[in-house]
Design a protein around this ligand. Structure first.
Ligand code: SF4
Ligand code: SF4
Length: 105
């Protein structure tokens, strides 16, 4: 069999290195329930239809606590537990990055 000049499609990584610095804060569009009190300022807290506390989101879906110039969390030190546990590079993270891949291509 002759060597192919092409790299098989399956060997091309989907994206460059997965880090939050090469991401458009994709996971900050998810609904974030506040299940513990970490000190999130009131102005960023909303109630869902069942009365539970969630992070407030803007009309375009991103969390109200996200800095839209830097795409970084403005309340990082007091961010909700769910945000702390969302693991960079985990299947959920990759799924979110795929969802709005056009933004950082
Ligand atoms: S955890 Fe994943 S989806 Fe969230 S900002 Fe970091 S790289 Fe993007
Ligand atoms: S609190 Fe911070 S880390 Fe959590 S969704 Fe909002 S901007 Fe992202």
């Amino acid at each position: 069999m002759s060597a192919s000049p092409y790299i098989p499609h399956t060997q091309i990584p989907e994206t460059s290195e997965v880090t939050c610095s090469t991401c458009a804060a994709c996971c900050c569009q998810l609904e974030v329930m506040l299940i513990t009190d970490t000190g999130v300022p009131e102005r960023f807290i909303d109630n869902d239809e069942w009365g539970g506390e969630v992070m407030r989101r803007l009309d375009d879906g991103w969390c109200a606590a996200l800095d839209r110039d830097t795409m970084r969390c403005t309340i990082y030190a007091v961010r909700p537990l769910i945000c702390r546990e969302f693991e960079m590079g985990a299947p959920e993270c990759l799924e979110e990055r795929r969802g709005i891949a056009d933004i950082y291509r």
